[in-house]
Design a protein around this ligand. Structure first.
Ligand SMILES: [Zn+2]
Length: 69
């Protein structure tokens, strides 16, 4: 009885090409509301802008401080 060897199918290793989406591409939004709007001091009036801080807005002219909620 002869044993027939064969039929050994070796699966080919197929490398999958992973298409990664590009990240980190910075873009500017123009025409939208991406612009920072400065707050005017309610005490000093128009023209006097308040300094933007992390948690508050401060007027360097009269010292008015508006805390952010
Ligand atoms: Zn002020």
């Amino acid at each position: 009885m002869g044993k027939k060897g064969g039929g050994d199918k070796k699966g080919k290793k197929v490398r999958k090409k992973q298409a990664k989406p590009r990240k980190g591409e910075h873009y500017k939004i123009e025409g939208g509301k991406a612009q920072k709007t400065k707050m005017e001091c309610p005490k000093c009036g128009a023209g006097v802008f308040m300094a933007e801080h992390k948690d508050r807005q401060h007027c360097g002219r009269c010292g008015y401080t508006k805390w952010k909620k």
